[in-house]
Design a protein around this ligand. Structure first.
Ligand code: 2AM
Ligand code: CA
Ligand code: CA
Ligand code: CA
Length: 265
């Protein structure tokens, strides 16, 4: 498989999509709700997903496509080459703030991430990696990640996970939030993952994400020595929803072992 040529096309399409999103800022958005009143989607999310799908189908009719807004294929396995697309990651931010959102794209072969692209549209920052060939921001190589301690770490997580919730014993999360140097919440999983890749933050935790949220960021952060698992320390399968812990190498192990009580729930 010629990953370089797929990567070159993907980059071109992501930039084009970014331009479309930027030029939507002065138009009226059509906003709809999905599973609940805070689960939002706009006409732009849908248009951008359809843009990618028509580009991919035009060049790679045999590749499969998994997209958040449902214009792609149905999935029971990750056999073959699969594109995972989140046309706008951080839709709520896109609507309310016109910043803090990204396009996320992953290309996987038999479940293994080969290409990851995350485009911070507003800052024109394109993060990208091809497995085994380094990770880059706007073409500049990113350095490997150093180890750090919880005490010196900035950890991104949503406040709801530290409150009583259905997905995790919040008593595990409170000491982590307390011991960390600081916590942050950006509301865009794809950008939070690349913030780990660039060292702007040290770890990111979520209790519920979908494959398209994490597929691009995983390739980028793993390429730099970062570790990506769910909160039980297991590999993600990129088929259904899962929790996520992405962190610098030593920090990942410390959080799993000392805070999340790996293996005990
Ligand atoms: P989205 O904007 O593409 O929907 C917000 O904290 C992060 O979680 C964003 O990356 C957001 O992606 C994602 N997210 C929002 N609602 C979600 C849901 N119902 N299931 C999984 N991920 C979700
Ligand atoms: Ca969404
Ligand atoms: Ca998303
Ligand atoms: Ca989205």
């Amino acid at each position: 498989m010629n990953w370089e040529s797929i990567d070159a096309l993907a980059k071109q399409w992501v930039k084009e999509a970014g331009e479309k999103i930027r030029s939507s800022f002065d138009k009226t958005l059509n906003i709809q709700t999905k599973t609940n009143p805070n689960d939002l989607v706009t006409n732009i999310d849908k248009e951008i997903e359809q843009f990618f799908i028509s580009k991919i189908r035009g060049v790679y009719p045999n590749h499969k496509i998994m997209g958040e807004e449902g214009f792609g294929d149905e999935f029971t396995s990750h056999e073959g080459i699969v594109w995972l697309i989140d046309p706008i990651d951080g839709t709520m931010n896109f609507i309310h703030q016109q910043r803090n959102f990204a396009i996320s794209l992953g290309v996987y072969e038999n479940g293994i991430g080969k290409i990851g692209l995350v485009y911070d549209v507003v800052h024109d920052e394109l993060y990208h990696a091809i497995r085994g060939r380094g990770a880059y921001m706007n073409g500049m190589p990113l350095p490997q990640l150093n180890e750090t301690t919880v005490k010196e770490a900035i950890i991104a997580l949503n406040a709801t996970w530290v409150m009583e919730n259905k997905r995790i014993d919040h008593n595990l999360m409170i000491p982590l939030a307390r011991d960390a140097r600081g916590t942050r919440s950006y509301g865009t999983a794809a950008l939070e993952m690349v913030f780990v890749a660039t060292g702007r933050i040290d770890a990111y935790i979520s209790l519920r994400l979908a494959p398209w949220d994490v597929s691009g960021g995983s390739v980028i952060v793993e390429e730099l020595g970062g570790v990506v698992t769910n909160l039980r320390g297991r590999k993600l399968d990129y088929l259904g929803q899962d929790s996520l812990l992405v962190a610098k190498p030593g920090l990942h192990q410390t959080i799993l072992r000392d805070y999340l009580k790996e293996g005990k729930w």
